[in-house]
Ligand binder design. Structure first.
Ligand SMILES: *Cc1c(COP(=O)(O)O)cnc(C)c1O
Length: 745
């Protein structure tokens, strides 16, 4: 990278704004990378994902190139603070965990030197930018390319046409380098052609509450799947001839959730129509090539496509899916499955295509994303398929890249690990388990690092939210998408109860604390938006009450995204992971926090289970109903109103929604939230996420943490034990497992 540094030395910075410099320095880095792009291997893996939540590339890429420190130094000599590039916003081509996982996986594969390539969509607008006005979410379009896009290379001569029944679209690839031991690429397709065609890559998740919206979503899924499959088939033919029986030997395709599952039918269509492969062979080739990762058991997130919709724009694909359904049905009958079992596994039913069932039948490997989640798939959602095809099922617990989520966002902690356990852990093939047994000796240094990261976080919050948090406050954080099952609502009640107890002095010696929230709600999700408003009402009550504001603060940060997470995660003491047991497939936020020395205050759900297995239950704060207990409540006629009748504090907290304590501006939203807990709605029972069932134990856990934190060293040791035991949650480990057990690369 000498050349890059020399060029950077020569760069004239006079009178250039941050955006110009960002572009010029990124281009220098891209130039120096050009000859390092690795050629494909004999066998490659491909990741098909409708989302990639990349965050900022600038700092991460310079770090991966090994020039972050020298760039900082050279720029400082020129009078420029490298932090000015923080004004360049994230590439947020994703919603949350699923898209961030895709980004972490690509990073890990490159770091390990494994040939994994990503395919996706180059949306013109990423996830909306969120502002809060009067405590409410406002959505603004995210025109992320307005600073240019120096990290992508347009490949004009590799564009291809994707056909729908009514029109065709040109898919133009843009390649983004993924830097590590290998330099792999993430290839995002941009839709070009007519106005209709261009719409396909305009928005991430266009609203699908209308027929038109649904069609657009389906077009998106087919668009990038077909572009990827067309390219892979063509490459195979060019390199190995038209013997497609060998296709699975050279290509492993990973379906990140059901959005790209249509690629399975597209491969069959292409092989049979263009390359003359008999249908049966094409089916077998597809089965041997594809693998599927399930990310959720929430029924509303399991995609089903109306047959008529698919027929309308992709008639041949609809035919193929119907044929696959018949083939599966015949096979299941021969295996002795009952009618009910066959109906449960059906790919086609009631006029719709069940994409998860298609994925399970057509994949070699099907995986869940945490041990508990995989068990739930095997015993619940896919129990019949598991009985018939047990060998397909396996677990791959998620991970996060330690490069972005430790080395980049917390260099102070990384240095402390270096000093304590040597530098080897930085290698992708290594880990920091060398810290184990040494945590006792570095609690003081760790506490200093944590204080520094909090100071940085509080400065950032003061600048962006206009709220000051006094130094030394204990930090609890709940940052993630806003959803009822993630139970930010429950945290709101818990905070309100703490407030009431501080006011009436039933708790004393409360260690001054701040609760930090960060979350975007889906634009059409009314209850989630009402919860944001409710939290902000509580925040203004608490923050403006001079009696408590030196003890308790609440901040809802605006526009939570990857870059914000990089500030919040290192500066947090307590990671709130409180989903209703059985509903959070894995979580990855929990892993980022653990890696940075936050204790988990959470339920036995998703990867929390494995976090406490590794870091010790005694070093974390587990509360609430387990999956089995939730099941029992579901079957035993759970009555949230009985809980309210018995517990005055809970009653006070819940009544605050309707007793005039807070105002929703006359919208009726708070009443609706209140009803969701106390009377239910046409589509659900009251308190379907069991908030009131777990609230008391939650408040107790928060208080126990507060007491333990005041002990100082003992708590710091708990935090450090989490760091030392977090190696398992590095996506380097996850990717090694995918490479060995599924992709065989
Ligand atoms: C990691 C991450 C997520 C996922 O968080 P969970 O707590 O696992 O839901 C979502 N959004 C952003 C910006 C992230 O960095």
């Amino acid at each position: 990278m000498k050349k890059f540094e020399e060029e950077l030395q020569k760069l004239n910075v006079d009178n250039k704004d941050a955006i110009t410099l960002y572009r010029e320095i990124s281009e220098l880095a891209m130039d120096s990378l050009r000859e390092r792009i690795s050629p494909p291997a004999e066998r490659n893996a491909y990741y098909l994902s409708i989302e990639y939540l990349l965050g900022r590339s600038f700092y991460n890429n310079l770090m991966e190139l090994g020039v972050l420190d020298s760039t900082k130094r050279i720029l400082a000599e020129k009078g420029i603070d490298i932090n000015v590039f923080e004004e360049i916003e994230d590439a947020a081509l994703g919603n949350g965990g699923l898209g961030r996982l895709a980004a972490c996986f690509l990073d890990s594969a490159a770091a390990l030197g494994l040939p994994l390539y990503g395919y996706g969509i180059r949306y013109k607008y990423g996830l909306f930018k969120q502002k809060l006005e009067d405590g409410r979410q406002i959505e603004l379009p995210d025109d992320w390319q307005r600073y240019g896009d120096p990290w992508s290379v347009r490949r004009e001569n590799e564009k291809r046409v994707v056909e729908f029944a009514d029109f065709s679209v040109t898919a133009v690839p843009y390649d983004i380098p993924v830097i590590g031991k290998r330099v792999n690429t993430l290839r995002l397709f941009q839709a070009e052609g007519s106005d209709e065609a261009k719409k396909i890559s305009e928005w991430l998740y266009p609203p699908d509450d209308t027929e038109e919206g649904k069609l657009l979503r389906l077009r998106q899924e087919y668009f990038f799947s077909a572009a990827a499959i067309g390219e892979l088939a063509e490459r195979h033919a060019a390199r190995y001839g038209k013997n497609f029986d060998a296709f699975p030997q050279h290509n492993a395709l990973q379906l990140n959730d059901t959005h790209p599952v249509i690629a399975v039918a597209e491969l069959i269509r292409l092989l049979t129509e263009k390359y003359g492969v008999p249908f049966k062979n094409a089916v077998n080739i597809a089965k041997a090539s594809f693998n599927y990762t399930n990310h959720t058991v929430l029924p509303e997130a399991l995609e089903c496509w109306n047959e008529s919709l698919v027929k309308k724009i992709l008639p041949k694909i609809a035919d193929i899916i119907e044929r696959l359904n018949k083939i599966q049905e015949k096979e299941l009958k021969a295996l002795g499955c009952t009618k009910e079992e066959i109906a449960d596994m059906a790919i086609y039913r009631n006029g719709t295509f069940a994409m998860a069932n298609l994925a399970v039948y057509m994949s070699s490997a099907v995986n869940g994303v945490a041990a508990l989640h995989t068990e739930i798939l095997k015993n619940g959602l896919f129990r019949n398929a598991y009985r018939v095809f047990p060998d397909k099922f396996r677990n791959k617990t998620n991970g996060v890249t330690k490069r972005r989520w430790l080395m980049l966002c917390n260099p102070e902690l990384a240095d402390l690990i270096d000093k304590t356990a040597g530098k080897e852990w930085r290698d992708a093939d290594s880990d920091y388990s060398a810290l184990i047994g040494k945590t006792d000796g570095i609690t003081k240094e760790f506490t200093e690092v944590k204080s520094e990261k909090k100071r940085q976080l509080f400065n950032h919050i003061a600048k962006h939210e206009g709220i000051t948090i006094p130094n030394g406050f204990l930090v609890y954080a709940q940052v993630k998408r806003l959803h009822e099952y993630k139970r930010q609502f429950m945290t709101a009640f818990a905070i309100y109860e703490l407030y009431v107890m501080l006011k009436n002095k039933s708790i004393t010696n409360f260690y001054p604390s701040v609760f930090i929230f960060g979350a975007k709600s889906a634009p059409s999700y009314r209850r989630a938006k009402a919860i944001i408003k409710f939290i902000n009402e509580i925040a203004s009550l608490v923050n403006n009450d001079p009696e408590v504001s030196d003890k308790l603060k609440v901040v809802f940060v605006q526009n939570y995204n990857v870059s914000y997470a990089e500030k919040i995660v290192p500066g947090t003491d307590v990671s709130l992971q409180v989903s209703t047991a059985g509903l959070e497939a894995s979580g990855t936020g929990n892993m980022k926090f653990m890696m940075n020395g936050a204790v988990t205050c959470g339920t036995m759900d998703g990867a929390n289970v494995e976090i406490v297995e590794h870091a010790g239950r005694e070093n974390n704060y587990i509360f609430g109903a387990t999956v089995q207990e939730i099941e029992a409540l579901k079957n035993g006629g759970y009555n949230p109103n009985a809980v309210l009748a018995e517990n005055e504090l809970h009653r006070k907290a819940v009544e605050s929604l309707v007793d005039g304590s807070f105002s929703d501006g006359g919208t009726g939203e708070f009443k609706e939230l209140y009803n969701s807990l106390t009377v239910g709605a046409s589509w659900h029972k009251p308190d379907q996420y069991y908030i009131l069932n777990d609230l008391e134990s939650y408040v107790n856990a928060l208080l126990a943490i507060n007491r333990d934190y005041a002990e100082g060293k003992v708590f710091a040791r708990k935090q450090l034990e989490n760091v030392a035991r977090s190696s398992y949650f590095s996506s380097d480990r996850t990717i090694k497992e995918y490479a060995q057990d599924i992709w065989h690369i």
